[in-house]
Design a binder for this molecule. Structure first.
Ligand SMILES: C[S@@+](CC[C@H](N)C(=O)[O-])C[C@H]1O[C@@H](n2cnc3c(N)ncnc32)[C@H](O)[C@@H]1O
Length: 366
């Protein structure tokens, strides 16, 4: 079966790399990476992908110029191969640059066409919808409609450790991507001097300790009869055995805000990493680490409001001083502030355009 590991714009290539690492050949495309897999492999992708938002089973695709085309396309697909008689199948939708402007109508037509197809197959007029959930999405881009079934359920960034959000937290998937794109080498200390609620620190520790990001959560496909329970359970057990907190090494963070640090400590505990990550209250302008040649990795304030701009620019100058106080250190910063390099007083060695939610940012390595 064909799947798409959906991801934020800019992360498609890294998702493809992750899939390759899991033994699956994938092709990057806008908004994700496409791959062929068995149900068990799709489950493995859900459990292990760090940078993808969802794993979607592609039910079908086709040209749709009218609502009638959409109905016929959806009706022609073998929904009975996926959905049991008691399936719950909520339909979500999105349309971009399409003649079919009404997302609501597209959702309603999709739901109706699936129901009509299933009525014929199961020879019934009524479905209880009290069984496992199969979240269906109809996504229309230009003249092309794509029908998918979401194997993940809750989005993959919900690892289970973050129960409280602080000020502007990073999405777990983006945080994992920053760690993977950074020049973090074995035995190199990693420090986030604006750690907030701790997302970067936890994702870094998960990566180093080979901790599957989805280890303590469930996925929609686990309740589906066609997905083999025993094999999925086996893959989970294997993942549990791979988690090795002894590999974490020196990971730590600091922040000026004591409330953010309270959340950070709570999240570290909920992530099962108590005692493995150092955190302290400190203004980055006063920070002095004993560790040699650390990697500073951070998501500082962007100064979006005019009133914050000056403070923010001062903070960026403070970051340069932090780097100068730590000979041999490297710095990885994501920001939407266009004047970062000017304030930092240096050009980045590498830059990559990424999105933090809707904000266009640059991830810079110094
Ligand atoms: C965008 S948030 C970081 C969010 C974090 N990545 C997370 O996932 O929760 C920026 C953080 O920088 C901190 N901060 C601002 N000025 C600072 C300073 N001078 N020294 C240290 N931390 C500072 C703020 O308290 C805030 O927690």
């Amino acid at each position: 079966m064909e799947y798409i590991a959906a991801a934020a714009f800019g992360l498609e290539g890294i998702v493809k790399r992750e899939l390759k690492h899991l033994g699956m050949e994938a092709k990057a495309e806008t908004g994700g990476a496409r791959f062929s897999a068995s149900p068990v492999e799709a489950f493995r992708a859900n459990l292990w992908l760090r940078t993808a938002d969802r794993v979607l089973l592609v039910a079908g695709e086709g040209k749709t110029l009218s609502f009638e085309d959409l109905f016929q396309l959806v009706f022609s697909l073998p929904w009975e191969d996926y959905l049991p008689k008691n399936a719950r199948f909520p339909v979500s939708g999105k349309c971009a640059r399409s003649r079919l402007m009404s997302v609501r109508d597209c959702q309603a037509i999709t739901k109706k066409a699936i129901a009509e197809r299933l009525k014929r197959h199961y020879r019934t007029q009524w479905f209880p919808e009290d069984g496992p959930e199969y979240p269906i999405d109809v996504s229309i881009h230009g003249d092309l409609a794509r029908l998918t079934i979401d194997t993940s359920g809750t989005a993959l960034n919900r690892r289970g450790y973050r129960t409280w959000n602080g000020e502007a937290p990073l999405r777990e998937t983006l945080a994992a991507a920053l760690v993977m794109l950074s020049p973090w080498e074995k035995d190199m200390p990693l420090w986030d001097p604006c750690c907030g609620t701790g997302t970067l620190l936890i994702e870094a520790a998960y990566l180093r300790s080979r901790r599957a990001p989805g280890l303590t959560r469930n996925f929609a496909c686990e309740a589906w009869p066609d997905f083999p329970k025993k094999e999925m359970e086996g893959i989970r057990r294997e993942a549990e055995a791979q988690f090795d907190p002894g590999r974490i090494g020196m990971i730590g963070g600091s922040d000026v805000d004591p409330e953010a640090l309270t959340l950070c400590k709570r999240h570290i505990k909920q992530a099962g990493l108590s005692g493995k990550i150092t955190v302290m209250q400190k203004d980055l302008r006063d920070l002095q680490l004993e560790a040699a040649s650390p990697l500073f990795l951070l998501n500082p304030p962007y100064g979006e409001r005019l009133s914050d701009k000056k403070n923010c620019e001062q903070l960026y100058r403070g970051l340069r001083a932090l780097s100068d106080r730590h000979p041999g250190s490297r710095m990885g910063v994501i920001t939407a502030h266009p004047g970062f390099e000017r304030c930092y007083g240096k050009r980045a060695g590498q830059k990559r355009r990424l999105y933090n939610g809707r904000l266009e940012c640059e991830f810079m390595i110094f």
